[in-house]
Design a protein around this ligand. Structure first.
Ligand SMILES: [Zn+2]
Length: 321
């Protein structure tokens, strides 16, 4: 008989939209463990190949969540995966059902590495102030950590890049409250550039729209029921003709909707010399590129999901492992 693990006495109940790494870091501080490694062993006992940095955006080794907190808090693996990782954003580029994607034992799970976090932990300064007011401490949210999200969709200001790199976060528990208290947020020029130089209003508007779309997908990505139908809707709405060779056509449509700066920043492949990028397919796209494509087709991702369900009401996830 497998011995039931003891419920951890001081696991922090996750805050809304808090990323898993932030929860892990706050647990470490509360636990009083002298080494971060001990806290990792508390939370992820089966963590042979575990990397802490992966918890910034991805679920990883979440097979033992039942001992994190009393069951009355409802912190099941599924709840944590859906609400505290970027899995739903990943779901838009796969045909695997939620149960397959969320199963850490499944080999497909490794493909989640496609969700690259930003190089440093980032935050919205106004969100952080509000968190301190409401909860007494700040925490790392999911959206600022994702590539492609540059502005807070609620306060419409650019995210600040903290001094903590993803690599450092993998070695130590950096809570947002601690990092913000150091007031040392200028390690990267990304945010500083946006703050210091006047941003073209159309660029700012597009950044905010992209962040809004990504926020919707983080909460509802599974509603799209896989990538095959997404592509069918895109092909129909944008009248894409030559299957699989969309590079030039997508670039043209993207430039009709988004400012040049954002198109080439989001689709670096379009910057290559003609000839190489024309073979770019929809299946090559990263989550943020797909999100933009949905908006190009239907105005925003929510309208796209509605359209997709009107066109293919009966088609759910098509691949079964
Ligand atoms: Zn904010």
């Amino acid at each position: 008989m497998i011995e039931k693990r003891k419920i951890l006495p001081c696991f922090p109940i996750p805050y809304p939209d808090e990323c898993l790494y932030s929860i892990v870091a706050r647990y470490h501080v509360r636990s009083g463990n002298p080494h971060f490694k001990l806290s990792i062993m508390d939370l992820f006992p089966n963590s042979k190949y575990f990397t802490v940095a992966s918890t910034i955006t991805m679920p990883s080794h979440l097979t033992c969540t039942d001992h994190w907190a009393d069951s009355k808090y409802g912190l099941t693996t599924e709840y944590i995966v859906k609400n505290h990782t970027a899995v739903q954003l990943y779901a838009i580029r796969t045909n695997h059902s939620p149960s397959v994607v969320m199963n850490p034992k499944n080999c497909q799970f490794r493909q989640l590495a496609v969700i690259h976090p930003h190089r440093h932990l980032r935050y919205c300064p106004i969100c952080a102030q509000e968190q301190i007011k409401v909860y007494g401490e700040a925490y790392w949210q999911r959206l600022p950590q994702l590539r492609g999200a540059e502005y807070c969709p609620f306060h419409e200001i650019p995210y600040i890049t903290s001094a903590v790199s993803v690599a450092e976060a993998g070695r130590k528990a950096f809570t947002a409250s601690y990092v913000l208290s150091l007031n040392n947020s200028a390690s990267s020029n990304d945010s500083a550039d946006i703050l210091q130089h006047k941003v073209d209003p159309s660029v700012k508007k597009s950044y905010i729209e992209i962040s809004k779309d990504m926020t919707w997908l983080l909460a509802n990505g599974y509603k799209l029921n896989g990538i095959d139908c997404t592509f069918k809707v895109v092909e129909k709405e944008l009248s894409l003709q030559s299957k699989g060779l969309y590079g030039r056509t997508i670039e043209k449509y993207a430039l009709d909707v988004y400012p040049k700066k954002i198109v080439y920043e989001s689709f670096p492949c379009f910057q290559r010399d003609a000839g190489s990028y024309n073979g770019y397919t929809l299946y090559d796209m990263k989550p943020v590129q797909l999100s933009m494509l949905m908006s190009i087709a239907c105005g925003n991702v929510s309208s796209f999901a509605q359209k997709r369900n009107e066109m293919y009401p009966d088609i759910k996830y098509s691949s079964i492992i």
